[in-house]
Design a protein around this ligand. Sequence first.
Ligand code: NAD
Ligand code: MG
Length: 393
Amino acid sequence: MQKRLTLLGSTGSIGDSTLDVVARHPERFSVYALTAHRNGGKLVEQCLRFAPEVAVVGDAETAAQVEKKLRAAGSKTIVTYGPQALVDVATSDACDTVVAAIVGAAGLVPTLAAAQAGKRILLANKEALVMSGDIFMDAVRDNDAVLLPVDSEHNAVFQSLPAEGTKHGGVSKIILTASGGPFRTREPATLVDVTPDEACKHPNWSMGRKISVDSATMMNKGLEVIEAHYLFNLPGERIDVLIHPQSVIHSMVSYADGSVLAQLGNPDMRTPIAHALAFPDRVDSGVAQLDLAQVATLTFEKPDYQRFPCLALAMKAMAAGGVASAALNAANEVAVEAFLNRRIGFMAIAQTVDAVLNALENRSASSLDVVLEADASARRAAHTVIDSLPVPA
Ligand code: NAD
Ligand code: MG
């Protein structure tokens, strides 16, 4: 049966890769809705190519521009805007599969709504799960939603787990691999001076700017440990991080009998996306076959928590529980944006997150409202910290 998709965040890096895979298999996948925030021009191009029933943007002005261009081109796609419109397309009876590819906290409400509506969810938007944790996983379980990880590490773990996917027969550990980002070997004392463009130059993956900075600080891996904790229901002690600069092994599962199962491939997000889109089938993703003779060498190192304080901060927030992970994520989003706008230096990202976590009055994440309140208050706290920091030279 053909799958009908809502693609939240279609104009981003994951959105692009998803549509590339979708276009290869028109008999398997069709598009019900595409959503963008402000990039109306790109959304128009996507709508003309994939003819969704609905397109959603962030505001009325962008909606009017998109609508005008679509009508001029003879398109019938309905254009809507705003947070409720995202929820509407994520829960519509007209779609069965929701690709969650909005970046950051903005993706939480529509992705959680998709879980409550019992959709098949392809999760790239790790921040949504980091923020809402058990609330999200409970919604998936209680509404018979299906949650398939798109994040390459989690998709690799999912592929390497026992066939039932969620049963942990004999699993001793999950090993999340990390490239170490662009600053793995850079002299730590020089990290204060790095620019946004340097931070966004990832050695192996091409991604949106926010996750690229997260990879450079290794906050991304910290968020991924929390993501793995909820997705696979394992405590932090059973989730290891291993630096693997080549990004060929995308993660591993270690078993009681000494076996370690891994998923390998070229670093291209179309592989995990195609896996999750077609699951349990396998389809062509457009990614070249892995040539291990060409790769020749795979190397591994332990992560350096001194060099990457954000990784340690994420572990601390996960151990604290409650709304600490939501606060960590919110403070990080604010700090990364300030770094990208050259308002603070690179090392001030960790400093800001640390200060916000230290000031946090933690509480149980008892409802979505409590989580959203913690997100808002951590954002305010992060802005206060940033206001006190010097502008980099
Ligand atoms: P991106 O910045 O390239 O794209 C983000 C998308 O979200 C865009 O379509 C944008 O219009 C939309 N968006 C941004 N702000 C929004 C808002 N306030 N409201 C509604 N929509 C908004 O990001 P990306 O690299 O594609 O990453 C998307 C998500 O996938 C992130 O959570 C990221 O951590 C995760 N992820 C990405 C990669 C990757 O290779 N890019 C890999 C693993 C996981
Ligand atoms: Mg990842």
